[in-house]
Design a binder for this molecule. Structure first.
Ligand code: URA
Length: 205
């Protein structure tokens, strides 16, 4: 027999906004993810950290930055003297995008349209938390925070800018500091993340 496809648009017209992250069908990424991963941290944190998207472990745990990148981020926060409990941590994209390689689910960079679709949720978090400083971890986060898909991370590295009434600081994504092949480059990337965290901490009132 024939099957009748039910498109995401039909199930949820554009004008009907999803009420919860778990119900979100603003893009297709929910289909292959275990669950949506929202932000975590104090309701009125002064600093918001924004990553790219949940990884394999975050997808399973339902919490941001609990895997290897999270461990590096934790180390960087300790070195910077930033109290993790004072910081709200989230991602630009709330569902894990991946492709199967052997038995591993390998991270795939989200498309700009997926980042834009998910910006709705980042905006909700910004409204709720009201941080005075946003630290963008990597290019995807920066593009979402500044709502500009053409920005270059290098131009913003630890060079804070004002955007919509708050400070935006940008640095490498912690996963970059784990995977870049050269040991010196890994050290430099970690140092840059620590410096950006210090800057964010200093700017937060
Ligand atoms: N990388 C991210 O960008 N976010 C996470 O939550 C985990 C890894």
């Amino acid at each position: 027999g024939t099957t009748i496809p039910v498109s995401a648009e039909k199930a949820q017209p554009e004008r009907e906004q999803p009420r919860t992250l778990d119900e979100c069908r603003r893009c297709e990424l929910w289909q292959n993810a275990t669950q949506a991963v929202g932000g975590q941290g104090p309701r009125h944190a002064r600093i918001m950290l924004v990553g790219e998207q949940p990884g394999d472990q975050e997808d399973l745990a339902g919490k941001p930055f609990v895997g290897p990148a999270g461990e590096l981020l934790e180390r960087a926060m300790e070195q910077a003297g930033v109290d993790r409990r004072a910081v709200y941590i989230t991602n630009a994209v709330k569902h894990f995008k991946w492709e199967l390689r052997g038995k591993r689910r390998l991270h795939k960079t989200p498309a700009q349209r997926e980042v834009l679709a998910c910006h709705y949720w980042l905006e909700e978090e910004l409204k709720q938390i009201g941080p005075s400083v946003v630290l963008a971890l990597g290019s995807t986060a920066l593009k979402s925070v500044l709502q500009d898909g053409r920005v270059n991370l290098k131009d913003y590295m630890d060079e804070p800018v004002r955007h919509e009434g708050r400070w935006v600081v940008a640095t490498y994504h912690p996963a970059y500091a784990l995977r870049v092949p050269d040991a010196q480059a890994r050290q430099d990337a970690l140092a840059a993340i620590v410096a950006a965290l210090r800057t964010a901490w200093r700017l937060a009132d």
